[in-house]
Ligand binder design. Structure first.
Ligand SMILES: Nc1ncnc2c1ncn2[C@@H]1O[C@H](COP(=O)(O)OP(=O)(O)O)[C@@H](O)[C@H]1O
Ligand SMILES: [Mg+2]
Length: 289
């Protein structure tokens, strides 16, 4: 109880100073729509704006953020959660100054979440919130119980969708699912792999309309990214396309998306209650009794 009060006070202080960090989950309905590539390039676009950014790869055991960044970190989130390493040991930094926590790869362990691990997760976020302007959670493929809980806990969600009708309906279902559990969530929409013939934001405009009409929920459109073979080239080169091809149209669109995002409100000032950490605690307490 004492601890919660102290925390609320601290969050209030941070809020009044206007430097409370923004926690963002990158999600999609189905997998393979470009979340991880979005995360790494969006993070660099924010870096270029002079922000402190960390990516947390939540695809534990199947992470690929470190691969996209061309890094081979020694430790992953798992090592921290299991209590084998301190948080500082699992935070890596690229030569561009991007910080990230690897999800680890090779399916070496299936995580059975314990109370201790959840406590450590909360402690980690407490630290990250003080240190970074933006905490980007690249969500994994499967909608596991823990990943849903994390999505519920973060302030903002960026939903990536392709222009395929199935991807759009999946994105809608995902947002509906989140909205039911947290009606105050701030949603941002991004269309990815838009082909030349397609009309830019068309798909997300329809998605936005559907959210408004059926869930009475406002969303913001951050923009769209074209289908571009340089994404594949950059993956092979293990470097973000925004660094490898800074003048490509897709890189310019990503910069614009980051600028639009920075200009949006996180919605935190409209939200009552406890914010990220409190929500995580609530979820845990509810879930585990
Ligand atoms: N805008 C794009 N143009 C072309 N290919 C893309 C684009 N965005 C993503 N891809 C490709 O889609 C695949 C899946 O991307 P990834 O970021 O791993 O998706 P997710 O994390 O959602 O599973 C990758 O092979 C990537 O090269
Ligand atoms: Mg991914």
């Amino acid at each position: 109880m004492m601890r919660d009060q102290a925390e609320t006070l601290r969050l209030k202080m941070l809020k009044s100073q206007g430097d409370l960090s923004r926690s963002i989950a990158i999600v999609s309905g189905k997998g393979g729509v470009g979340k991880s590539n979005f995360s790494t390039n969006f993070a660099h676009a924010l870096l270029l704006q002079g922000k402190n950014v960390i990516i947390v790869d939540m695809d534990i055991g199947m992470g690929n953020i470190h691969i996209l960044l061309g890094m081979a970190p020694r430790y992953s989130l798992k090592d921290y959660l299991l209590g084998n390493e301190e948080l500082q040991e699992v935070i890596n930094e690229t030569s561009e100054g991007l910080h990230f926590i690897s999800g680890g790869s090779g399916l070496d362990i299936v995580l059975e979440w314990s109370r201790d691990m959840f406590d450590r997760l909360i402690q980690a976020f407490e630290f990250l919130q003080q240190r970074y302007d933006f905490i980007i959670f690249d969500m994994g493929a499967g909608a596991t119980q823990r990943s849903i809980e994390l999505i519920i806990a973060v302030d903002e969600v960026i939903v990536i969708s392709t222009t395929e009708p199935t991807s759009i309906t999946d994105a809608y279902s995902m947002m509906k699912f989140i909205c039911v559990q947290d009606p105050d969530k701030t949603f941002h929409l991004v269309s990815n792999r838009v082909s030349k013939g397609d009309d830019g934001n068309n798909a997300v405009i329809r998605l936005q309309y559907t959210m408004q009409k059926f869930l009475n929920k406002e969303t913001t459109i951050l923009g769209f990214l074209p289908e571009d073979p340089i994404v594949h080239k950059a993956v092979v080169a293990q470097q973000p396309f925004i660094l490898l091809f800074p003048n490509a149209p897709i890189s310019k669109r990503m910069i614009a998306i980051a600028e639009t995002f920075i200009g949006t409100s996180s919605g935190q000032e409209f939200r009552q209650g406890e914010g990220f950490l409190g929500k995580l605690r609530n979820i845990f307490t509810k879930g585990r009794g």
